[in-house]
Design a binder for this molecule. Structure first.
Ligand code: GLN
Length: 437
C-alpha cells in the first residue's frame, strides 16, 4: 500500500472525509477527489442525501473529465452537507467528517470532506463546490488553500444543483501552485453548460495585487482571536509591500438575508425532481396514489435542513411574497456587485477573515439555532452572491487551529489571487497535522 493510498484510507476511516474511495492508485497519475455532488462514472453521486442513495451516474462531470484527461485519477468522493446545505458538514446523511486538527471539531461545510482530504493528503487536489462559501469555509477550518472561481469559469455540467445562479466548482489543496495548475485544467467554456461563459484566457501569470481594501463592516462580530490574527496578517501583507486601506461597504449587511432567500428559492425548485422516479431512492409501493408515493420518498429521503429550505424557498417565491423577498434580493445582489466594483476602481482585492471564528466543537454546533448557523457565512456569502472569485488561505493558528484569510478580486481575476496566495506562502508557514499510519 503506497503512503498516499494509506493516507486516503486514513482520511476515510479516521476523519470520514470520503464516502467512497477507489480500490487502489494507478501508476503515473496524479490523485484528485471530488465532492459527492459531482457526477463521476464508476462512483455513486449522492450529494450527501439519503434520497440519492444508490444513484450511480453513467458519465463524468466536465470538470472531472478534464482532470482525468490531463492525467488524473479520481480516487474518491468526499463527504458533504446534504445538497450543500450547511456550514459544518453536520447535515450529511453519510457520516460527518472530522477536522484533521481535532476530531471533535467540524471540517466546515459544505465541502467538509474536501477540506479534510486536502489537508491530510500531501499533493492532493480536492474538487469542491461553493454556493455561498462551501470552499472558503472548509479551507479555513482545515487550514488549506481554497479557490472559488468566477461564476461561469468552470462548467457546472454534471454538478447536482443547489442554486444554479450561484454554484461554482473550485479547488482545495495544501498549495496555491497546485490549485493554479489544476484550475487551468478545469476552466473554460463548455457547450454542455449554457451558463459557462466566454471568458478571458488564463494566459501567463496574474498581476500581484498591490492595494488591498478591508471593509470596516466585515470586522464586526468576529471572535477576538480571529480579529487579532487577522490584524497581524494585515501587518505581514504590508511587509510584503502591499497597501492596506480601510473602506466602507454598506451593502454587505444585506448579503446574508438576500443569499438565503435566493439560494433557498433556487434549491426548492431543484429538489422537486427527487421523488423516487428517476434518481436514487425508490420504494416499490406502486399501488399508492402518486402523491402519497412521492410524499413517502421525500419525507424519508430528505433531512431536516433540506425540508427547512424547501419550505423557506417555496414561501419566498409564492405569489404575493415574490416581490417582497425574491425580487428584492435580486436587487441587493446587483447593489453588492456595484459596491465591489466601486472598490475595485481603487483597489485590487478585498480582504477579510474567512470565518468569524475557528472551527467549533460538534457539541457547540449542536446547540446552534439555524439562524446562528447561517450567520457563520457572513463573510463568505458576499463574494459568492456577486459571482466574484475568492481565495482562502491559512493566516494564523489559534490554540493549534487554523484561521483563514479571504481575498476577493473582480470577475475573471483568479490568477491575481493565486499570485497573492503563492507569495503569501513565502512569508507564512503552513502547518499540517502529523499523521502516523
Ligand atoms: N453555508 C451556506 C449554505 O448553507 C453555503 C453552502 C454552500 O456554499 N453550499 O447555503
Amino acid at each position: 500500500m503506497s503512503d498516499t493510498y494509506g493516507l486516503i484510507r486514513y482520511a476515510q476511516t479516521k476523519h470520514l472525509a470520503f464516502t467512497e474511495v477507489a480500490e487502489g492508485l494507478e501508476d503515473g497519475k496524479f490523485h484528485f477527489s471530488a465532492k459527492d455532488n459531482l457526477c463521476a462514472d464508476g462512483f455513486q453521486a449522492r450529494a450527501g442525501s439519503a434520497v440519492l442513495d444508490g444513484y450511480s451516474p453513467p458519465f463524468d462531470a466536465t470538470c472531472i473529465g478534464r482532470m482525468k484527461g490531463s492525467g488524473g485519477q479520481l480516487v474518491g468522493k468526499t463527504t458533504m452537507d446534504e445538497f450543500g446545505f450547511g456550514t459544518f458538514s453536520t447535515n450529511s446523511a453519510h457520516g460527518v467528517p472530522l477536522n484533521p486538527f481535532d476530531r471533535e471539531r467540524s471540517c466546515g461545510g459544505s465541502s467538509g470532506g474536501a477540506g479534510a482530504a486536502a489537508c491530510l493528503i500531501p499533493g492532493h487536489i480536492a474538487l469542491g463546490v461553493s454556493t455561498g462559501g462551501s470552499i472558503s469555509g472548509p479551507a479555513s477550518f482545515c487550514g488549506v488553500v481554497g479557490l472559488t472561481p468566477t461564476y461561469g469559469r468552470v462548467s457546472r455540467y454534471g454538478l447536482i444543483d443547489y442554486g444554479n445562479s450561484l454554484d461554482k466548482v473550485g479547488l482545495l489543496s495544501r498549495s496555491a501552485s497546485l490549485v493554479a495548475r489544476h484550475f487551468r485544467t478545469m476552466a473554460g467554456p463548455d457547450p454542455k453548460d449554457p451558463t459557462s461563459c466566454a471568458q478571458p484566457a488564463l494566459a501567463g501569470k496574474g498581476r500581484m495585487p498591490s492595494s488591498l481594501a478591508v471593509p470596516r463592516e466585515a470586522l464586526q462580530n468576529l471572535d477576538p482571536s480571529v480579529r487579532s490574527s487577522f490584524q497581524e496578517a494585515l501587518g505581514k501583507l504590508k511587509g510584503m509591500g502591499m497597501e492596506v486601506h480601510e473602506v466602507s461597504m454598506g451593502s454587505l449587511r444585506f448579503a446574508l438575508p438576500a443569499y438565503y432567500i435566493l439560494a433557498t428559492s433556487e434549491a426548492s425548485t431543484n429538489l422537486a425532481r427527487y421523488c423516487g422516479m428517476r434518481f436514487g431512492r425508490r420504494e416499490e409501493k406502486f399501488d399508492q396514489h402518486f402523491n402519497d408515493f412521492f410524499t413517502g420518498v421525500r419525507s424519508e429521503g430528505f433531512g431536516d435542513e433540506a425540508k427547512r429550505r424547501i419550505l423557506l424557498g417555496t414561501f419566498c417565491r409564492m405569489v404575493g411574497f415574490r416581490s417582497r423577498y425574491y425580487l428584492k434580493s435580486l436587487a441587493v445582489r446587483q447593489l453588492l456587485i456595484e459596491e465591489y466594483r466601486k472598490v475595485f476602481r481603487d483597489h485590487d482585492a478585498v480582504v477579510t477573515p474567512t470565518m468569524p471564528f475557528v472551527s467549533p466543537r460538534f457539541e457547540e454546533i449542536g446547540r446552534m439555532k439555524p439562524l446562528e448557523m447561517y450567520g457563520a457565512d457572513v463573510l463568505t456569502v458576499p463574494p459568492n452572491l456577486t459571482g466574484m472569485p475568492h481565495i482562502s488561505v491559512p493566516c494564523a493558528y489559534v490554540a493549534g487551529l487554523p484561521v483563514g484569510m479571504q481575498m476577493v478580486a473582480d470577475h475573471w481575476k483568479e490568477l491575481d489571487l493565486l499570485e497573492a496566495a503563492s507569495a503569501w506562502e513565502n512569508v507564512f508557514e503552513y502547518r499540517f497535522p502529523e499523521v502516523s499510519l
